[in-house]
Design a protein around this ligand. Structure first.
Ligand code: SAH
Length: 394
């Protein structure tokens, strides 16, 4: 008996297809394939299978949906088994639902084979979980393609505080970012744009919401790409070895006793923008804060080393740099806004950032919130695609 399958091919990497999909492909007489499907996956079809390309890219016009259905019905009617192969998951922005309904209406039973969708796999390549306990209680998959009446309600989406995973968003990136900023999503919200995820040509950038369009343009990123908007994007540093060479920033932190990890994050992430935690090599503070639970939890969450310095080292660094003499940073701390005292040491965050970044410069002077002070230093050796933060006057 002829069979009909609606199959997800996964996000790109041929190894991310399911065993069930492979088995179906090995049986089908005819395979109708979309263009986002990795051609390597077609090697899993029977050698004598008929392959029909129905995609939209590669210069050729896409096959109208009803023509695809008619082709499938014709083959099925002739007793041939048909596999309809789509990128990612067939039911996520893949029009799989429409094909299913049309086939059902013609009395055909369709077997659905789920695939790994790009919206989960693309962030995962950078170690970004789309949900994360304490950070994002959920994720929203949304198309950035639609305008006019079909336009998603960006204000409502921004208000959820959940991770936004945007498919087909590159062409309208400026409009989307504008809409989210107008909806009062913080300009410093961490974001990732990931092109050709899981394929050898994968490229990506991490930036704040505000900086994302310029960063995407600078790198010339295009479709197919997934945009991830939300604090989970700051976790990109977790597991992605490729991001490591770009880490050139040291975050100096002064904090009150009992500070929470949320208070530290609320101070550090905006101070870092347009960079993200992926650019941070280490966190530095005073010896006396080495066991401060909030700080330790912050470093664990971002898998960062906590480097500590004695009060003496901090005082010496402060004195050296404040005097404008031969400070290693070359940047003077003199005139720094009101010097607050933490644990009896003046200006903890700036000296700690500098001490943790030998030969580096202070690129973000002290920023203070109620419980936390933050300063950022960059090592002089910049790697990869990461650029220095704009130099600030301190
Ligand atoms: N059904 C597919 C989505 C099809 S819509 C799925 O579940 O993944 C096409 C969009 O998917 C692209 O514009 C892009 O936003 C995203 N996409 C698909 N493959 C991708 C890849 N390898 N890398 C990044 N984005 C991808």
């Amino acid at each position: 008996m002829s069979r009909a399958w609606l199959i997800g091919a996964g996000p790109g990497d041929a190894e991310l297809i399911t065993v069930k999909a492979m088995r179906a492909l090995a049986q089908a007489d005819v395979v109708l394939v979309d263009d986002l499907v990795n051609p390597e996956i077609l090697d899993m079809a029977r050698a004598d299978a008929q392959i029909v390309h129905v995609g939209k890219r590669g210069g050729s016009a896409s096959t109208p949906q009803d023509e695809i259905i008619a082709t499938m019905l014709a083959h099925l009617g002739a007793g041939r088994s048909v596999a309809r192969l789509k990128g990612g998951d067939p039911f996520v922005f893949g029009r799989g639902g429409e094909e299913l309904l049309a086939l059902r209406a013609a009395g055909i039973q369709v077997e659905i084979v789920s695939g790994i969708t790009a919206g989960i796999a693309a962030p995962a390549t950078l170690g970004i979980p789309v949900t994360h306990r304490g950070m994002a209680q959920g994720a929203i998959f949304v198309t950035g393609h639609s305008a006019g009446e079909q336009e998603p309600d960006w204000r409502a989406l921004a208000a959820t505080g959940l991770t936004l995973v945007i498919y087909m968003g590159m062409r309208r990136l400026d409009d989307i970012v504008d809409a989210l900023l107008r909806a009062e999503m913080p300009a410093a919200t961490p974001c990732a744009a990931i092109e050709s995820a899981t394929l050898p040509g994968q490229r990506q950038t991490l930036a704040s919401l505000e900086a994302l369009p310029a960063e995407v343009r600078r790198m010339g990123l295009g479709s197919p790409a997934i945009l991830v908007i939300g604090s989970v994007a700051a976790l990109a540093s977790y597991t992605q070895a490729a991001a490591a060479p770009g880490r050139s920033l040291a975050v100096g932190i002064g904090c009150r006793r009992g500070v929470t990890v949320e208070q530290i994050e609320a101070a550090v992430l905006p101070a870092l923008a347009p960079h993200t935690m992926a650019d941070v090599a280490c966190v530095a503070t005073l010896d006396s804060k080495a066991d401060e639970p909030g700080l330790v939890a912050f470093c664990e969450r971002h898998r960062l080393r906590l480097t500590t310095f004695s009060a003496k080292e901090v005082q010496e660094c402060f004195a050296r740099d404040s005097s404008g003499s031969s400070g290693s940073s070359g940047s003077s701390l003199r005139g720094s806004e009101v010097v607050q005292e933490w644990a009896g040491v003046p200006g903890v965050c700036e000296p700690c950032a500098l001490l943790a970044s030998p030969g580096g410069t202070l690129v973000r002077g002290k920023r203070a919130t109620d419980a936390v002070t933050v300063a950022i230093a960059a090592s002089s050796a910049e790697h990869g695609t990461h650029r220095a933060l704009p130099r600030v006057q301190v």
